[in-house]
Design a protein around this ligand. Structure first.
Ligand code: GRG
Length: 336
């Protein structure tokens, strides 16, 4: 999904920032998919898709900049993302991610929280490395401000996500507000920082920022679909979002739109302490019957198209822009 030239540089920068061999760093390298639980390098790495850092570099190149200058910002964004995953897994009690045991499930919650905090700190240090390529102190300060404001939005979105678990009255507007924070904010940050490090043109930077926002919304809605109907590729159980009572878009839609009997089933389902696998299977059928999968798919595609519109309005052209558009399509076409 991510072009090799970007992937190699992103991974090189990430590894540079985690150099050292303390047990704490080893936990971070485990989470990044580079080593096993004993800290031994893996022959085949299990890192994430690196979408956010790649979008940052592609945005920089698409606006006419030198993408290598933006590598520290891309690495910082990937560490913020991974920090948020470490904490998310603790908050959601998820035992697996990317086909592997999660940090807290192996080392316990206290040490996983500490490892997550370490990664958050390293994300800020990563951004400061922008100074190695003649990026001005003003730009670095602006990039750090933007990334920290983004972290606040992530926290707000995550707060809403957690607080919706015990509610049945979530509307599509509430859902959109939640994902704008927990997911779209970091996509927006990737596109914005990439563009900002490649051009001074505020209008273009604004369009890239909006593109990231809309693409992030599309990404999360696709993630919701995969979280219910995805295959093994996703690396986590397709029962988990339903079991955790997550108010994903298909669920929000069905709670409002399903036939009365199906809606009653869903209400009962969400009031159960421990739904069985049979309950979950039935819930999936109810969602399907209500047209929730089709609806969510349509909404994801609509946001993806809005994202592309922003790039078109920016009035740029070139190979790098075409590559960026191609990569953007993977957000809605992906199967994991
Ligand atoms: C940043 C200070 C700060 C706090 C974070 C825990 C939290 C607050 C936010 C959670 C945000 C979260 C986990 C959103 C979900 C986003 C999402 C769909 C992640 C999966 O992204 P992929 O598929 O992951 O790109 P890979 O595995 O490819 O890296």
């Amino acid at each position: 999904m991510v072009f090799e030239k970007y992937r190699l540089e992103i991974v090189r920068e990430l590894k540079k920032l985690l150099e050292g061999d303390s047990p704490l760093l080893s936990m971070l390298k485990y989470h990044m998919g580079w080593v096993n639980e004993e800290g031994v390098a893996l022959p085949q790495e299990y890192s994430g898709k690196l979408l956010r850092p790649a979008f940052c570099l592609m945005s920089c190149e698409a606006v006419g900049g030198d993408w290598r200058v933006a590598v520290p910002a891309a690495a910082s964004i990937e560490f913020i993302h991974n920090f948020s995953l470490i904490h998310d897994d603790i908050e959601d009690c998820s035992a697996y991610r990317r086909h592997r045991r999660t940090l807290w499930s192996l080392w316990g919650e206290p040490r996983a929280i500490n490892a997550g905090d370490t990664m958050h700190t390293i994300a800020s240090l990563a951004m400061l490395r922008l100074n190695r390529d003649r990026v001005s102190p003003e730009h670095i300060l602006e990039a750090l401000t933007i990334s920290n404001e983004t972290c606040l939005r992530l926290c707000e979105g995550q707060h809403l996500d957690l607080s919706y678990e015990n509610r049945l009255d979530i509307r599509v507007e509430d859902y959109m507000k939640m994902i704008a924070g927990k997911t779209a904010a970091l996509f927006e940050c990737s596109f914005r920082l990439g563009a900002m490090l490649g051009t001074e043109n505020k209008t273009i930077i604004g369009k890239f920022r909006s593109c990231g926002h809309f693409l992030g919304l599309a990404f999360q809605i696709k993630d919701d679909i995969l979280g219910i109907w995805g295959g093994e590729e996703a690396g986590k159980s397709t029962e988990s979002d339903l079991r955790k009572k997550k108010k994903t878009l298909p669920v929000v839609y069905a709670l409002g739109q399903a036939e009365i009997q199906d809606r009653e089933f869903l209400m009962g389902f969400y009031q159960k302490q421990e739904p069985s696998s049979a309950d979950i299977l039935e819930a999936k059928q109810v969602l399907e019957r209500a047209g929730a999968r089709e609806y969510a798919k349509k909404v994801a595609v609509a946001y993806y198209l809005k994202a592309l519109d922003q790039l078109d309005i920016a009035g740029l052209s070139g190979l790098a822009l075409e590559s960026l558009k191609q990569a953007a399509s993977s957000v809605v076409e992906r199967e994991f």
